[in-house]
Design a protein around this ligand. Structure first.
Ligand SMILES: Cc1ncc(COP(=O)(O)O)c(C=O)c1O
Length: 376
């Protein structure tokens, strides 16, 4: 997909003078992130939910990431429409509708599913084609204390239950796998080896051959304020974990990153609608692309772009509100901006590639839909 391309954020502002938020893709960042995952010791699936824009999907595909973790019929159709059967689709949402399983299997050839209860396994076996390449992985609940976003409060079977489900899948003549998600923006690589060790215990106790270990997403983005080891430390931990449990070479290893592939590959240029003392009202907010910034822990690099002249060197903290008439439309952490920031200034919010476009709403008539590429 071709996007209008600009040399810099300054050029976007100069050319478009945008009164609406503009989402900018940074193709070079996206390609670099994809290349970092070449070192992962298994197959890399991109978690579509993180940023499903065709520009992302097509760029990753060209970089060799041709497998996708999908969660809904819409995502399945999106991938099918873009790549037909040349892309791998893995239906890893543990709670799927029957029509989505049926259409995914019959029309898109999906052979890999995830479940965290026997009821979901039965549903998959009712609806999917039962050829011998069908694989159902059991999502295991793991500790997520080092992650910004915990997923185990919603998904994952406790170890004993996971053992039972794996045995049930095998007893029905289907290939079984184990999967987990250590939580999004996981700040400690050891979370992966700990979760792999728990998966090893489940595999041993189940006592049946396991065809797949899926270590999920959770690989972090280098947001300001987060002290992170390099991504290679995460891959090293996965390799160590795999060695420790003596995973047989016949067992396929998967990961399904979202955030760490796309976070640095997108930014949003927003405009100041009104300044009220130390509060700034922007034209985008938590019902738009800034949804994740509702958390006081979420920081992003920000800077003012003012084509008409210089900005003050003195910085101060501003409380940031979004444009809707809803008092929840407020960011959790202040922005540090020039003291003379005023109506009409543009603000570049960097590192917004993940969970931004995919989470925007049309609430109150505000919807960010101007999408461009920035070459620098
Ligand atoms: C099943 C599944 N896989 C992968 C991901 C991607 O996670 P992340 O963006 O933290 O890499 C998620 C995110 O919630 C998920 O639910």
């Amino acid at each position: 997909m071709l996007l209008d391309t600009f040399a810099s954020s300054e050029a976007v502002v100069a050319d478009l003078q945008p009164a609406e938020p503009v989402f900018c893709f940074l193709p070079a960042e996206l390609r670099a992130a994809a290349r970092r995952f070449v070192a992962f010791p298994g197959r890399v699936l991109y978690a579509v939910k993180c940023n499903p824009h065709p520009f992302v999907l097509e760029t990753l595909y060209r970089e060799g990431i041709t497998d996708f973790d999908v969660a809904s019929l819409d995502e399945i159709k999106l991938i099918g429409g873009l790549f037909e059967k040349s892309a791998g689709q893995f239906f890893n949402n543990p709670a799927k509708t029957r029509p989505a399983i049926r259409v995914g299997s019959e029309e898109h050839g999906i052979r890999f599913y995830t479940a965290d209860c026997t009821e979901e396994v039965e549903k998959i076996l009712d609806e999917a084609c039962l050829d011998d390449d069908l694989i159902v992985a059991v999502r295991l609940a793991t500790a997520a204390k080092d992650a910004r976003y915990t997923l185990t409060t919603k998904f994952g079977a406790p170890p004993d239950e996971a053992v039972r489900i794996v045995q049930m899948i095998k007893a029905r003549g289907i290939k079984a796998g184990v999967s987990f998600h250590v939580g999004s923006q996981c700040l400690n690589p050891k979370s992966f080896s700990t979760a792999i060790s728990l998966s090893g215990k489940v595999m041993r106790k189940a006592g049946v051959p396991i065809s797949v270990l899926n270590v999920g997403g959770g690989f972090p983005a280098p947001y300001p304020g987060d002290r992170l080891p390099d991504i290679s430390a995460y891959f090293a931990n996965v390799m160590q974990g795999r060695r420790d449990i003596d995973l047989p070479p016949s067992c396929m290893l998967l990961c399904e990153p979202g955030r760490s592939l796309v976070a640095t590959a997108g930014r949003v240029i927003v405009q100041v609608v009104v300044r009220r003392d130390r509060a700034i009202f922007l034209n985008d907010g938590v019902f738009g692309t800034l949804q994740e910034l509702v958390s006081p822990l979420e920081r992003r690099p920000v800077r003012v772009i003012r084509p008409s002249g210089p900005v003050s060197d003195r910085l101060m903290e501003f409380k940031i509100f979004g444009p809707t008439c809803d008092s929840n439309d407020v960011l959790g952490a202040p922005f540090l901006l020039p003291a003379d920031t005023r109506e009409g200034d543009w603000i570049e919010v960097d590192m917004m590639g993940a969970y931004s476009l995919s989470m925007r709403t049309r609430f109150n008539g505000f919807h960010t839909d101007r999408i461009v590429a920035v070459a620098s």
